[in-house]
Design a protein. Structure first.
Length: 194
């Protein structure tokens, strides 16, 4: 309904909607992209920007809410698409080096290094879902890293960054991040990674 107090020029358009920035990772040669459901589902319109600057509209083609995962597909893909290599978390141990890849605060592509600081953790997501069996890590992650890959020293994807713990309630990194293991994440796309 129209606001009776609205003045001419006060109309809202799609361009007025706030932007949400997240990350994702391509996991097959068809351009299947894994990201977080809280990133993709909150958007009125999904737009993917690839590593080379190419842009494409995208759509959600699958979801796994219990792991805060969304599967999206871009309408147009770069010709030289290279899917990520996935690695099992089965042998992962606290102290193993990991890198969080993402687009924090929308400032641009970013990587940060840290270690696995815990396994089989639980965390209540932004969507208020209790996520289980998470990889806890201390590589810096901030808003915009959600949906991006957590990779090992060899650049293989171990999981999808899904949240940060901060007891102050502010949405900034305080040293504890969580990722959904790639075994769970690949299942959202209907594939077994190994």
């Amino acid at each position: 309904p129209k606001d009776p107090n609205a003045r001419p020029g006060d109309e809202k358009t799609a361009e007025d909607e706030p932007e949400s920035v997240g990350s994702g990772v391509i996991i097959d040669d068809k351009g299947t992209i894994l990201t977080n459901l809280h990133v993709a589902a909150s958007a009125a319109r999904l737009k993917v920007i690839f590593y080379n600057g190419m842009e494409s509209d995208a759509e959600i083609v699958g979801a796994q809410p219990e792991d805060d995962l969304a599967v999206i597909r871009a309408k147009v893909l770069p010709d030289d698409i290279m899917p990520a290599t996935l690695a099992s978390t089965k042998g992962l141990l606290p102290g193993d080096t990991v890198v969080a890849v993402g687009f924090p605060f929308g400032i641009g592509p970013s990587v940060s290094s840290g270690v696995v600081s815990g396994l089989k953790r639980e965390y209540v997501s932004e969507g208020k879902t209790k996520l289980k069996n998470l990889v806890q890590f201390d590589a810096a992650a901030n808003p915009g890293n959600s949906g991006g890959p957590l990779v090992n020293q060899d650049g293989e994807v171990l999981g999808i960054v899904t949240g940060i713990l901060n007891p102050t309630g502010q949405r900034v990194f305080a040293g504890i991040g969580f990722a959904v293991p790639i075994e769970n994440a690949a299942a959202a796309a209907g594939m077994s990674p190994f």
